[in-house]
Design a protein around this ligand. Structure first.
Ligand code: HAH
Length: 327
């Protein structure tokens, strides 16, 4: 019997995994043996829980929340306000664009209803996902439907509504490419501005969609220290270590051993750094359980398989797993 991942890290931080209402059955043994928390990869996103203005559908989210309760797992809510997987109806009114006041009303109702439904079951929420622009010359906020409808203060309103909806939940701002020197400064500036205006932000979610080549530990370290200087909690919320640079079109039928070795070294150096900063991290979540079910197979390159997680297609621990449970 291999050592339990979450038991190994019990004195460091909870270890979570992204799940769906199928993988909680197909990957149940791995979840209950190796993880102390779960995040719904998709099934609490607006597209799934709020498909039409007067229609909520919590069926799949409830299956996940019930599983968390039955197995004593922490449950992270993901995500409330995002430019993706959010139905167009939020931003339309009659034949034209929604007004600021109606968009705020819809945002408030969505946040109150979804957080209210899971109140007491979700200990944290990714309130706003990926609001910051990627490209260096852009302003802080990316172009997004919520920005167009409400204006630059949409992020503030989202966090205020979230605190009102569930005062006990930890409220996170979550983003990717979070170690890029330019983008990390923008994320810092956004969260600092929220804090300076008395907006309730408890933490920054560093998604951690990394790969076997980047970001190097020093870049991760600089971002960790920059965000921690705000006095907020940190979480790695969506960790996976891709075998490829983002849109590299190289593809393999079977993962080369050399890449598995490189990946094990990356996981080892990343978890060494996370253990060093254990006091800053309130959790580390893998964006999936095993390589047979990962969003990175076919994304962003159609037909390109990927092997970014700690367990292989047969749910056996990989070299990457061994590299982080023995230290
Ligand atoms: O790494 C990226 C590259 C391009 C776009 C988005 C991302 C990350 N975006 C994440 C990935 C998968 C989704 O399931 C998550 O909800 C989302 O937060």
């Amino acid at each position: 019997m291999v050592g339990s991942l979450c038991k190994t890290y019990k004195e460091y931080f909870p270890i979570g995994a992204a799940v769906n209402s199928f993988s909680i059955n197909t990957h149940k043994e791995l979840i209950v043996n190796h993880f102390s928390g779960i995040t719904p990869e998709n099934q609490m996103k607006p597209q799934f829980v709020h498909p039409a203005e007067h229609l909520y559908d919590f069926e799949q989210g409830d299956i996940i929340a019930d599983f968390a309760e039955e197995n004593n797992l922490l449950l992270r809510g993901h995500t409330l306000i995002w430019h993706n997987q959010t139905p167009d109806w939020f931003f339309k009114d009659g034949g034209g664009p929604v007004s600021r006041s109606l968009a705020l009303k819809r945002m408030k109702e969505h946040i109150y209803t979804v957080m209210g439904h899971y109140r007491g079951r979700t200990y944290a929420w990714d309130v706003v996902n990926e609001a910051v622009a990627d490209n260096a010359e852009a302003p802080v906020l990316r172009q997004a439907p919520w920005l167009a409808a409400i204006g630059e203060d949409y992020v503030e309103y989202a966090f205020r509504y979230a605190r009102e909806a569930d005062p006990a939940a930890k409220l996170y701002y979550n983003d990717y490419n979070e170690c890029d020197p330019v983008k990390s400064r923008k994320i810092y500036d956004l969260v600092k501005s929220l804090i300076d205006h008395g907006i309730p932000v408890d933490g920054i979610g560093m998604q951690g969609h990394w790969n076997i080549y980047a970001p190097e530990p020093d870049k991760i370290r600089r971002a960790v220290e920059l965000y921690a200087s705000l006095g907020v909690s940190l979480q790695i919320t969506e960790l996976d270590i891709s075998m490829f640079r983002f849109d590299d079109r190289t593809a393999y039928e079977k993962v080369p051993d050399k890449l598995l070795e490189l990946q094990a070294e990356r996981y080892e150096e990343i978890f060494k750094l996370l253990r060093e900063y254990r006091d800053l991290f309130a959790g580390v979540t893998l964006w999936g359980i095993a390589d047979d079910d990962t969003w990175l197979s076919d994304f962003p390159v159609k037909g390109r398989r990927n092997w970014p997680l700690l367990f292989d297609d047969e749910h056996k621990p990989k070299k990457a797993f061994d590299s982080i449970v023995v230290f």
